[in-house]
Write a protein that binds this ligand. Structure first.
Ligand code: GAF
Length: 387
């Protein structure tokens, strides 16, 4: 992400709005290395930022007007009034940036309008947080332009509120925090209870490995029920066990907790996934910190099995990626993100990239599925000003 993109986005802004933008910002999508569906249980996650970003050219306005344009949706700018923004009223892509303006204003920040031009290289519907990138890039731009002085984690909280209340999707805090706070060359070990963070060096290339993202090109949608059902089931589990959140079930007491859940079979499975997944995140952190990177492979595979069998959010395509990659010699693989399609990650020796990629592509062809999109994920920078 460099000056060239800022220049192009700035030029388009001038064509649309007849003036220079006050600045240009970028915010990345993410993949999650481990820690899935733990963020709304106050648990641990470990995402890192992709090189793919949402980019926004933005100027302030003082007349209460918000104009939004996306290069990826060929239409004239949408014009709204900041005072009229109402949760649940917008079902289009504009709900993400407008929701951020709404959340800032609701929190008492005097955002009086803006002209915004957006473009994004984060694949949408691929489980790589294209919506969080859109939210965070707008939040960061307004934070800078209106001198709000908010830190990355505070912007993440506001973006999550925009998505929960304005857009109406009951997501956790992982994606927004990843986009706002990740650092190049690192994975972010995040405690979603208090948002405390540790940047864990994660430079696979230096150790002769690669992390591939396999986008199955099967679409998922969080707002459509299944995500919310899992979340409600986890909350029910916490209530039945008498804890604030499933994070509070000690790993060593999991069996006893499951027993107490009696014949609540579905809740038991959800609880088992969340508690074991938190433990897997901590295991991955200690393996990485002790330099034993290759040993995280089997932990990723364990995590996938738990999402498939206990949380039940995998699908045929994601299972096919994981099974095929591991059979073809990958060190580990798992689905990443919300589930029901989207992407898987594959940890692989650098020398095996081509063999494993081909095995996955061949398996998809043999199963008569759309060719998956495979690319290498390099841990990249979080949200920043680029022009
Ligand atoms: C989606 C959500 F947006 C995140 O908050 C998180 O729950 C994730 O699914 C699953 O780990 O990306």
């Amino acid at each position: 992400m460099g000056e060239a993109v800022a220049e192009t986005v700035g030029e388009r802004f001038r064509e649309l709005y007849g003036a220079e933008p006050e600045g240009v910002w970028a915010a990345p999508g993410r993949v999650n290395l481990i820690g899935e569906h733990t963020d709304y249980n106050d648990g641990f996650v470990m995402p890192f930022a992709l090189p793919h970003t949402a980019v926004a050219a933005v100027s302030r306005r003082d007349d209460g007007v918000l104009r939004l344009h996306s290069a990826d949706i060929t239409a004239d700018p949408v014009e709204l009034r900041v005072a009229d923004l109402t949760p649940g009223s917008d079902k289009a892509w504009t709900a993400y940036p407008s929701g951020v303006v709404w959340a800032l204003r609701e929190a008492g920040h005097d955002v009086t309008g803006a002209d915004v031009h957006l473009t994004s290289t984060v694949p949408s519907g691929a489980g790589l947080s294209s919506s969080a990138a859109l939210e965070v890039v707008v939040a960061l731009a307004l934070n800078d332009l209106y001198s709000l002085g908010l830190r990355g984690w505070q912007l993440a909280r506001l973006c999550q509120r925009a998505e929960n209340v304005y857009v109406g999707a009951p997501v956790g805090i992982m994606d927004q925090t990843a986009s706002a706070c990740c650092e190049a060359g690192h994975a972010l070990f995040l405690d979603t209870r208090d948002l405390s963070q540790r940047q864990i060096p994660f430079d696979l290339a230096a150790e002769g490995m690669r992390l591939l993202v396999v986008d199955t090109r099967v679409k998922h949608s969080h707002s459509e029920g299944e995500y919310g059902k899992r979340r409600a089931g986890c909350e029910k589990g916490a209530a039945l066990l008498g804890v604030d959140a499933l994070r509070d079930v000690p790993y060593a007491e999991l069996d006893a907790a499951l027993e107490r859940l009696g014949d609540e079979e579905e809740v038991r499975r959800l609880v088992r996934h969340v508690v074991t997944e938190d433990e897997r995140v901590e295991r991955v952190v200690s393996l990485l910190e002790s330099g034993d990177t290759r040993a995280i492979g089997p932990v990723l595979v364990e995590g996938h099995a738990s999402l498939r069998d206990d949380f039940r959010i995998s699908c045929r395509e994601l299972d096919l990626v994981v099974d095929t990659a591991v059979a073809a010699g990958a060190l580990g693989a798992r689905m990443t993100g919300g589930g029901f399609g989207g992407s898987a990650i594959v940890l692989v020796e650098a020398a095996d990239v081509d063999t494993v990629t081909k095995a996955v592509e061949d398996a998809f062809a043999a199963a008569d599925l759309k060719t998956p999109r495979v690319f290498e994920a390099v841990p990249s920078a979080g949200a920043r000003r680029v022009g």
